[in-house]
Design a protein around this ligand. Sequence first.
Ligand SMILES: NC(=O)c1ccc[n+]([C@@H]2O[C@H](COP(=O)([O-])OP(=O)(O)OC[C@H]3O[C@@H](n4cnc5c(N)ncnc54)[C@H](OP(=O)(O)O)[C@@H]3O)[C@@H](O)[C@H]2O)c1
Length: 326
Amino acid sequence: MGRLAVGLIGAGKHGRRYTHHIRADVPELALAALCRRDAVRGREQARALGCRFHDDWAALIADPAVEAVIAVVPPTLHPALAAAVAAARKPLLIEKPLAPTAAAAREMVRVLGAAGVPVLMAHTLRWNTVVRAIRERLPSLGPLRALYLNQRFEPSSLAWLDDPRTAGGGIILHTGVHSFDLVRWLTGHEVARVWCRVACADTSRTEDNFVAVLELEGSDALVAVNGSRSTAGRSGLIDVAAAGGQLVGDHALGFAYGVLGLERTPLPLTEPVPTVREALRAFARLVLNGDPPPVTLEDGARAVLIAEACRRAAASHSAVSLEPAT
Ligand SMILES: NC(=O)c1ccc[n+]([C@@H]2O[C@H](COP(=O)([O-])OP(=O)(O)OC[C@H]3O[C@@H](n4cnc5c(N)ncnc54)[C@H](OP(=O)(O)O)[C@@H]3O)[C@@H](O)[C@H]2O)c1
């Protein structure tokens, strides 16, 4: 494998995880440049990392020293950034949520698809060891009856998350997409229809709590997803009921059990892995080896479509149907 020179747009809370893992764990990637709005802190960061700095993301994408782009910025920037990446014909690793709206996500799929550039969608929970253990065990339990997912956190310190002009939406878009993607990945079914309720506890302009009921295409399984960013605890529950038994795990707390009758048996779990590191390794394999992306742009767009349907369902107090996946 050769070495790929990457440019990172966004060096905030999550972007710094990317700079750390590129340097510490993924020798196939070299950080050629980084971009953020704060030029003083950005130059300092770039100096410490030994890379170039751009205070304009378009300049980073155009930089000939940058062979591939990694985007870890608020999603309202994604559509313009994707168009520039497509025009420059550079591979892209992009954080969730793919886009602020379903229409913008569809357009990104079209533009990046037409350019034929390799793209990896960073739905990072796909690399979580608890999620993987449950997905592996699920088929042995026969028909699925019910799936319940939650993701809960403390209130966020990021002010932009409650500004719809920057965030594009609330917790349904920002955290919900993780769970919507897992519903599709764990069950193998598309979402056909949704119902949803929301609440604002610590936010004022966007919701920070939601619960949604999801109807699947081609499955009678009952699916519910809950997200909260207004609790002092953290969790990522996956609760599965199937004809042949149950699975209960938590991808934030790091446990997973099989349940038969009243007996609870731990599922074998591999060591927890940093999911950003795994996404970066998958990106290196995609670009340098031509491996297929484990999470596609279309997966990202589908999660945004489900999020948008939930937002509309909550606003209209009624069920919202999704267009069938093609
Ligand atoms: N997969 C996951 O589990 C996960 C976890 C956390 C976050 N994320 C995603 O990662 C993204 C970033 O989140 P975060 O928590 O890192 O937020 P953050 O700490 O606020 O960082 C955002 C970064 O984007 C930069 N930025 C904003 N607008 C820009 C622009 N116009 N041009 C260049 N840079 C710009 C900011 O630069 P300045 O600071 O200089 O303004 C900052 O470095 C979000 O989309 C979020 O959904 C994913």
